[in-house]
Design a protein around this ligand. Sequence first.
Ligand SMILES: NC(=O)c1ccc[n+]([C@@H]2O[C@H](COP(=O)([O-])OP(=O)(O)OC[C@H]3O[C@@H](n4cnc5c(N)ncnc54)[C@H](OP(=O)(O)O)[C@@H]3O)[C@@H](O)[C@H]2O)c1
Length: 281
Amino acid sequence: MKILVTGAEGMVGRAVVRHLTRLEDEVTAAGRSDLDITNRDAVFHFVSDGGFEALINCAAYTDVDGAESESELCYEVNARGVGHLAEACRESSASFVTISTDFVFDGTKDGFYTEEDAPSPRGVYAQAKYEGELLAREGHPECIIVRSGWIFGRGGTNFLSVLPRLLGEGRDIKAISDSFGTPTFGDDLAVALRELAASGSKGVVHVVNSGEGESYSGFAAHVCSSGGFDPSKVARVSSAELERPAPRPANSRLATVRGGLFEPLPDWRDAVDRFVESEQR
Ligand SMILES: NC(=O)c1ccc[n+]([C@@H]2O[C@H](COP(=O)([O-])OP(=O)(O)OC[C@H]3O[C@@H](n4cnc5c(N)ncnc54)[C@H](OP(=O)(O)O)[C@@H]3O)[C@@H](O)[C@H]2O)c1
């Protein structure tokens, strides 16, 4: 398959490029310096010149707290930039897959959010990502919007991704115990993104590792047992104690009702074990 990956130097982008390369796809990996998705003309030229069958968009403004003071930039990338890619793909008859977030939900539901639940995003990042979903559908009605959450992986800079390294260095960690999500390994997400890009399906699809989900402190506890780290280094705190600028859903666990579109991802604990093992190599 001839595929363009945008945001190819980010955590998920790199995982996707590694996977496509293993499959011997003809992959073009475009980092921000190769293709800035906010540059509409550049996007249209890049996509039409490339003759791609599919585009997997991993580019995004991902600083959830920073977005509260940089809302224009966040909307430029996460909303309008996604719209440019969608339109360019429709014009070139390429399939378009873009990644959205569990943060489009407000977190008040008990249990898992499915594709049938109505989004109610809170905070600039979440609202811009949801606007990106709407512009993606407007620009390319056949597009696939993959909502995922609590993504961790090699090269990631978020809490989940840096835990094995910090715990390995013997650092003290504060982990939130009253916020729940469905942890997802970038390497596993990459497999589903490729399957969906080739599937001919469309619409919103939730993709996360299997299992009941966890809190950040529960995730940290599993990282400790997986990597042989000292669990007493992990202090449980409440989200209120951390006083972060952006609101976050207290429960953003995702599940899909669209079974059959992609191979279900392994249990998140198995994913953490593989991640920790690769970090310790
Ligand atoms: N990480 C999570 O827990 C999580 C959860 C739910 C959904 N997601 C979504 O998953 C996707 C991938 O996220 P990630 O975790 O891989 O984030 P990431 O590591 O921050 O990667 C995002 C990449 O996009 C690039 N980028 C930013 N602005 C750009 C622009 N204007 N044009 C082209 N590239 C640009 C960034 O480049 P710079 O580094 O130069 O800025 C970075 O390489 C995003 O859509 C994100 O919203 C992530």
